[in-house]
Ligand binder design. Structure first.
Ligand SMILES: [Zn+2]
Ligand SMILES: [Zn+2]
Length: 333
């Protein structure tokens, strides 16, 4: 039902791509991260809750149609429906059914709860196309309450020492999950423009988030949310003494923090960890699994050893880039 062509994952019968990495005639979008929502397609279809976020990526004047979660639509004899993926606001899995065969494309997903988006919905299918950004057994996430508690404690200690806490977070999804999870009553919280842009879209969508202000002129001891890519040193200098931390699944690996000279790393991801991937795959009951993203081959091998028909799908999706992300060029604020 699905194949890979030059633009991406293609359903010939239905005449649509899912998350094409090049402009396509019709694009079904699983979520608004930039490696999944590429501009230039003639028409887009996404979950209703994702509309504003997708428009922010592909342009306000793009043709964007939406579907509610669970609603079905017939496209060339393919019954298409979208279901929560638990990754970020509006993220979905795409379920395709034709002549009794069911495929599910996961998009990016996590099975941990997240108060800023509906929970991942397990779907039975014959073929499951799963991501595997963190598809290695070393990736296991600690309970998120513990991680939020660590961030609160780090911020408190910095406050007492008169330092500003600069927390690097991916601006779409992670930033809002952290804001909703930590104790923001402890002091002023600021967000750089590229983060605040998505905070505003979450609030518009009715997701309750604590108030945030621009970083300029924050008092010492504040918490400042900033994107994980390069920030001008002059901006840091204006904040006075700072402690830096970063929230990412990659923080599971010590070297990542050291390489970036961060004071602290907090392990929290919007992707499934290794046990989460296995749990999600098993729940589908699928006998055929197609693996995209990241560490495809270890997961493919593990599944084959257990008798499943598993293959890697050569896609161009990247993890939300912690190291080199650059889609938001910012003013110094
Ligand atoms: Zn994503
Ligand atoms: Zn992705």
């Amino acid at each position: 039902m699905l194949e890979i062509n030059t633009c991406g994952l293609y359903c010939a019968a239905g005449g649509f791509h899912i998350d094409p990495w090049k402009p396509a005639p019709r694009a079904v979008i699983t979520h608004a991260h930039s490696d999944h929502a590429c501009p230039g397609s003639e028409a887009y279809l996404c979950a209703a809750a994702s509309r504003q976020l997708v428009a922010a990526r592909v342009g306000e004047d793009a043709r964007i149609e939406t579907m509610e979660y669970g609603e079905t639509r017939d496209l060339g004899g393919v019954r298409l429906s979208l279901h929560p993926a638990g990754h970020i606001l509006g993220s979905c899995q795409a379920r395709l059914e034709r002549n009794g065969e069911v495929w599910v494309v996961s998009g990016d997903y996590k099975v941990q709860p997240d108060t800023t988006c509906p929970a991942f919905e397990p779907l039975r299918c014959h073929v499951f196309v799963t991501e595997s950004t963190f598809g290695l057994p070393i990736y296991r996430w600690p309970p998120q309450a513990e991680v939020f508690g660590e961030i609160d404690a780090w911020w408190r200690a910095n406050r007492e020492a008169g330092r500003t806490s600069v927390l690097l977070v991916y601006p779409l999804g992670k930033a809002q999950r952290v804001l909703a999870g930590i104790d923001c009553s402890a002091g002023p919280v600021a967000a750089r423009a590229s983060v605040e842009r998505f905070n505003a879209l979450y609030r518009q969508a009715g997701i309750a988030l604590p108030g945030t202000r621009p970083p300029a002129g924050v008092p010492p001891g504040a918490l400042v949310l900033a994107p994980p890519w390069t920030i001008p040193p002059a901006w840091f200098r204006r904040l006075g003494p700072v402690s830096t931390g970063m929230v990412s699944g990659w923080m599971r690996i010590r070297g990542t923090r050291r390489r970036r000279s961060l004071d602290r790393g907090f392990v929290l991801s919007d992707h499934a960890d290794w046990p989460g991937l296995l749990q999600a795959i098993e729940a589908t009951g699928a006998e055929r699994v197609r693996v995209t993203h990241g560490y495809r081959y270890p997961l493919v091998r593990w599944l084959r050893e257990r008798g499943l028909d598993a293959q890697a799908f050569e896609t161009r999706y990247t993890a939300e880039q912690d190291e080199t992300g650059s889609e938001d060029v910012e003013e110094i604020s």
